[in-house]
Design a protein around this ligand. Structure first.
Ligand code: ADP
Ligand code: MG
Length: 384
């Protein structure tokens, strides 16, 4: 297989045994990681992300399946050979306290690493300051001990120390989860810059879809130990393969409305409660081809594809719905309007200039070119 791929994950499964019971944590995982790529692994807590990460870098051995590093099967290697590959793989975990020697100051611990890397003594201090600066700490931290740092500060130092090693593969498992929101965004940008600068392969594990979207060149979306979709952030957003991915990626999440597909003359309609929406021709053709007429489906529409502006309402009269605003949330640059259509809770993300307020009945138009239609039973996408 092509050398374009640094890592190839082939049919990996992982079963843990506890009290004579078996727990299947990963099931038939397949994907490839290109050299220099920043790949995100995202999913809810407990979906198997960390377990998958541990198998990829061979901290654990998968129950079945293979891991190839540079086309070499590393699934069963051990001892010295395994130690050798660890030299090229560097991890940063959620809580890095265990990775610090409590007897060494921050400066000293980084100095040791630089020394191991054969960095000359006369420039090491300068390097340490530079590195601390890179992770947002000023030089007073050189003389501090790990216990004197907050969780977030330790995490930043851990990131800095990992950078020193210039690994071929960088695995970051929720490295920013102990940081406050502002610092998290700052570090996110730093990690992006770092990736651009080092051109190293980064596997980035997170439960936070925003973090995955902004960092990953490609993203693996996990649920219950099974990969749902592996794709670019843009494709996950625009062409989710099922209801889970559609609802997981994007904030506020995609709106979902249970509908029935009805054929009325030449038109295909989505009916729910007292409402009906005419499906645009190209999507209608697709629904007919898929034999979806009379089927129960889920209509998905993102908050930004619901408009309250007069211009939009006039130009798409076939998708206008009246709704009473329940909640108005001002976020500065935009406004979220919350309302209910039949029993479905809907969010619209509109221009901050909107005059709509709670209690008002407002007209909304759906941008029908942007709707997604899912099979209610299988939850798979029918039409995007
Ligand atoms: P995530 O990182 O997505 O939060 P994990 O990979 O840590 O998820 O865990 C996935 C599932 O596997 C959880 O239900 C967890 O309890 C279980 N699990 C993880 N490690 C072990 C283990 N060593 N023994 C038994 N069960 C485990
Ligand atoms: Mg985890």
């Amino acid at each position: 297989e092509s050398l374009e791929y640094l890592l190839i994950i082939k049919g990996i499964s992982k079963v843990y045994k506890k009290d004579n019971k078996e727990y299947k944590v990963l099931e038939d995982i397949n994907f490839k990681i290109k050299k220099g790529e920043m790949i995100g692994i995202v999913g809810e807590s407990g979906s198997g992300k960390s377990t998958l990460a541990r198998q990829i870098i061979r901290l654990e051995k998968p129950t079945s399946g293979q891991v190839l590093l540079n086309n070499k099967d590393i699934t069963n290697i051990k001892g010295k050979e395994l130690k050798n590959i660890y030299k090229d793989m560097q991890m940063v975990f959620q809580d890095p306290i265990g990775s610090f020697d409590p007897r060494l100051t921050i400066g000293k611990s980084i100095d040791e690493l630089l020394k191991n890397n054969k960095v000359p003594k006369n420039i090491r201090k300068e390097k340490i300051i530079e590195l601390l600066k890179l992770v947002g700490l000023d030089k007073q931290y050189i003389d501090k001990y790990p216990r004197e740092l907050s969780g977030g500060q330790r995490q930043r130092v851990a990131m800095g120390r990992a950078i020193v090693r210039e690994p071929k593969v960088f695995l970051m498992d929720e490295p920013l989860s102990n940081l406050d929101a502002k610092l998290r965004v700052q570090m996110r940008v730093e990690i992006s810059k770092l990736h651009q600068r080092l051109q190293t392969t980064i596997i980035y594990v997170t439960h936070d879809q925003t973090e995955a979207m902004t960092l990953g060149t490609r993203i693996v979306v996990m649920k219950d130990g099974i990969i749902q979709q592996v794709d670019t952030p843009q494709n996950l957003y625009d062409k989710p393969c099922n209801l889970f991915v559609a609802g997981f990626m994007g904030m506020p999440p995609m709106n979902f409305i249970d509908c029935k597909v009805v054929k009325s003359g030449a038109d295909i309609l989505l009916m729910f409660g007292s409402h009906s929406i005419k499906v645009p021709d190209s999507k209608a053709e697709r629904l007919i081809a898929l034999d979806a007429v009379d089927k129960e489906v889920v209509l998905g529409i993102r908050p930004e594809d619901i408009h309250d502006e007069q211009l939009f309402i006039e130009s798409s009269p076939e998708s206008v719905i009246d709704a009473r605003i329940n909640i108005y949330e001002m976020l500065g640059a935009e406004v979220y309007l919350y309302f209910t259509i039949d029993q479905f809770d809907i969010t619209a993300r509109v221009n901050a200039r909107t005059t709509a307020r709670p209690g008002d009945t407002v007209q909304f138009a759906f941008d029908l070119s942007k709707i997604h239609i899912f099979d209610k039973e299988t939850e798979e996408i029918l039409v995007s």
